[in-house]
Design a binder for this molecule. Structure first.
Ligand code: NAD
Length: 260
């Protein structure tokens, strides 16, 4: 196993981020959980995760739509753990609307949280990684970082943007033992996606299984959801020494969606 590092995962109090936090804690890394809320349950979640895996784990609130809070998150994590070795940019939101009706504030929020936040966290974390002589940057993009869908213009722009950002950073840091990679999931059954199923059942007058197969997983050739455990396992592998030469990659975990 890799020696013990500090891993910070943005947007990690649910879904894919929490799955990655569990996978990295299970490989023995200390963990910083993050979201924009400040609730007892957020801190309890971090404590539980630490106990479960026998690592140190803290929750640090920071709103990823704000540049100052992105940079403060890295500084606050470093003040607790002495550095940030693994940075996973995972926080993300979606908004669906035709481009001519897309609300400007929604466009700005999607770009800020899904793309610009990664610029700020990476910019703040790289000096720490350079002085430690090792680092891993993992950006959770999407199949929508490689392919488009209608009515998701901001999300598709942000996810294509983060794939490009991932590659530029990989080239800049390649000689510093710091890698930068993007994970591009297809549909993952997170609480966010689960919550859409009842509405889709009503809209299409279909049962749960048909909605999942015919509507939600229409583009995913395996017709199965990706799991948060599968994304977590890939993130953990990218943090291992065996992944030292995987750099600047956009790794698809999408059941074959982007093979077409
Ligand atoms: P989720 O809603 O369960 O998780 C999103 C996380 O981001 C939550 O922890 C939320 O609190 C956090 N977040 C939202 N706004 C924030 C803000 N302003 N500041 C800090 N944190 C904030 O959704 P998820 O499906 O787990 O999505 C996680 C990432 O995976 C996103 O980047 C998403 O685009 C990407 N993704 C998801 C899917 C999928 O099918 N679920 C597929 C491809 C990519």
């Amino acid at each position: 196993m890799t020696s013990r590092k500090t891993a910070l995962i943005t947007g990690s109090n649910s879904g894919i981020g929490l799955g990655i936090a569990h996978a990295l804690a299970a490989t023995g890394h200390d963990i910083v959980i993050n979201s924009f809320t400040e609730r007892d349950e957020d801190h309890a979640l971090a404590e539980l995760l630490g106990k479960e895996h026998g690592v140190k784990s803290v929750y640090i609130k920071a709103d990823m739509s704000r540049s100052d809070e992105c940079r403060a998150l890295i500084a606050n994590a470093a003040s607790v753990f002495g550095g940030v070795d693994i940075l996973v940019n995972n926080a993300g939101i979606q908004h669906v609307a035709p481009v001519e009706e897309f609300p400007t504030e929604k466009w700005d929020a999607v770009i800020a949280i899904n793309l610009t936040s990664a610029f700020h966290t990476v910019a703040a974390a790289v000096p720490l990684m350079k002085s430690a002589g090792w680092g891993r940057i993992i950006n959770v993009a999407s199949a929508h970082g490689l392919r488009a869908s209608p009515f998701k213009s901001a999300y598709v722009a942000a996810k294509h943007g983060i794939v490009g950002f991932t590659k530029a950073v990989a080239l800049e840091l390649a000689e510093n033992k710091i890698t930068s990679n993007a994970i591009c999931p297809g549909y993952v059954l997170t609480p966010l996606v689960e919550a859409q199923i009842p509405d889709q059942m009503k809209t299409h007058d279909m049962d749960r299984e048909t909605v999942i197969r015919e509507i939600m997983l229409d583009k995913q050739p395996t017709r199965q959801f990706v799991t948060t455990e599968q994304i977590g396992a890939l993130a953990a592998f990218l943090c291992s020494e065996n992944a030292a030469q995987i750099n600047g990659a956009a790794l698809s975990v999408d059941g074959g969606w982007t093979a077409e």
